[in-house]
Design a protein around this ligand. Structure first.
Ligand SMILES: [Mg+2]
Length: 123
């Protein structure tokens, strides 16, 4: 994905940004795209029940040119099972970010704009 160069008011280079039309989707896995599997039961990650309509929605984000990154409390130890499941269920994505803090109650503080939803809206 091409990032746009940005400069501050003094002409100093700052962190690049995506074009305004491109969205960085950070999407949880357990309880969001499939049934919630705890890290303590990794064998269930291979057979997790996929939530209806979610794959089509996420694959459309991808096909429309947005960035799809799964953001999960699963750890690197769960990468193989997670990638197998995502491939078998035909999810399109750019990356997986493991190690999200567990337990919910998130407040994200960032200088970039953020909007948050607890579910993927399925038509
Ligand atoms: Mg979850």
């Amino acid at each position: 994905m091409d990032l746009l160069e940005k400069f501050d008011e003094n002409g100093n280079k700052v962190s690049p940004e995506l074009p305004k039309t491109v969205i960085n989707y950070l999407i949880d896995i357990d309880g969001t795209i499939c049934e919630d599997i705890p890290n303590e039961q990794p064998e269930r990650m291979l057979t997790a029940r996929e939530f209806e309509g979610v794959r089509e929605k996420i694959n459309k984000f991808y096909d429309d040119g947005h960035v799809v990154t799964f953001f999960t409390s699963r750890t690197e130890a769960h990468r193989t099972n997670t990638e197998i499941w995502l491939r078998e269920h035909r999810f399109k994505y750019h990356g997986i970010w493991f190690g999200k803090p567990r337990g919910g109650n998130y407040i994200i503080i960032d200088d970039k704009l953020i909007s948050a939803e607890t579910k993927i809206k399925v038509d």
